[in-house]
Design a protein around this ligand. Structure first.
Ligand code: GAR
Length: 220
C-alpha cells in the first residue's frame, strides 16, 4: 500500500476557452494546412480565428498565405539569436503578443523549448504526417515509405517536451499505394491532414481538452 508521502500521479487537467478561440499558427513551409484553417474560418460559425502566423523562415510560403488573408505575420529567425534558448524565449514573446488560446504548429519544423512550453503547456497542438508513435521526426513520410508500411496517415497531438511524443487528439489513416513516392504519398496525407486539422481544431475550440496521463480527450 502506498505511504501517505508517496508521489501522486498528476491530476487530470482540463483546458477550455471562450470562442471564437484565438489561434497563433506556427509555420515553416508552404502553409496548406494554414490555408485550410483560414478557409474554414470564413464560415461565421467556425469557432476559432487565426490571429497571427509566426515563422522561423522569412521565405515560408505560409507567410504569403497569411498576408493574402490579411492575417498578421511575424518572423523569428534562429539565426538572429545567440542560442536556442534565446530564440525560444523570443518565439514565446511573439506568441504572447497576440494572446492566443491555442498555438497550432502546422508544418513548423523546429523543436519548441522549455521557455515556450512552460508558458503554453497543454495549449500547443502539432500536426504530423504519420500515425504516431510510428515515424516521429522531420522525415515521417520518407521513413514510413522506407519501412514498407501499407497504411500511414496523420496525427494531431498536444506538444510536450519530446519529439512528436505528446498525447494524441486525432488521427486519420491513409493507404500507401504501390507506386507512391514521398511526394505523392505526402500530398495524399495532407488532404486527410487538412480535414483532420479543421475538424479537430473546431472541436477543441468548442469543447476544450482534457488530459489524463497519456490520454487526451476533447470535451469530457
Ligand atoms: C504537413 O504535412 C505537416 O504534418 C508536416 O509538414 C507539412 C506542412 O504542410 N509537419 C511535419 O513534418 C512536422 N514534423 P503545409 O506547409 O502544406 O501545411
Amino acid at each position: 500500500m502506498p505511504s501517505q508521502d508517496a508521489p501522486q500521479p498528476p491530476a487530470p487537467s482540463r483546458t477550455t476557452v471562450p470562442h471564437p478561440a484565438r489561434l497563433a499558427v506556427l509555420v515553416s513551409g508552404t502553409g496548406s494546412n494554414l490555408a485550410a484553417l483560414l478557409a474554414a474560418q470564413s464560415e461565421p460559425d467556425y469557432p476559432a480565428r487565426v490571429v497571427a502566423v509566426i515563422s522561423d523562415k522569412p521565405d515560408a510560403g505560409g507567410l504569403e498565405v497569411a498576408r493574402a488573408a490579411g492575417v498578421a505575420t511575424v518572423v523569428v529567425r534562429p539565426a538572429d539569436f545567440p542560442d536556442r534558448a534565446a530564440w525560444d524565449a523570443a518565439l514565446a514573446r511573439a506568441v504572447d503578443a497576440v494572446d492566443p488560446a491555442w498555438v497550432v504548429c502546422a508544418g513548423f519544423m523546429r523543436i519548441l523549448g522549455p521557455a515556450f512550453l512552460g508558458r503554453y503547456a497543454g495549449r500547443v497542438l502539432n500536426t504530423h504526417p504519420a500515425l504516431l508513435p510510428s515515424f516521429p521526426g522531420a522525415h515521417a513520410v520518407r521513413d514510413a515509405l522506407a519501412h514498407g508500411v501499407a497504411v500511414t496517415g496523420c496525427t494531431l497531438h498536444l506538444v510536450d517536451e519530446g519529439v512528436d511524443t505528446g498525447p494524441i487528439l486525432a488521427q486519420r489513416a491513409v493507404d500507401v499505394l504501390p507506386d507512391d513516392d514521398e511526394t505523392s504519398l505526402h500530398e495524399r496525407i495532407k488532404v486527410a491532414e487538412r480535414a483532420m486539422l479543421v475538424e479537430t481544431i473546431a472541436a477543441v475550440a468548442r469543447r476544450g481538452v482534457r488530459v489524463d496521463g497519456r490520454r487526451a480527450r476533447i470535451g469530457g
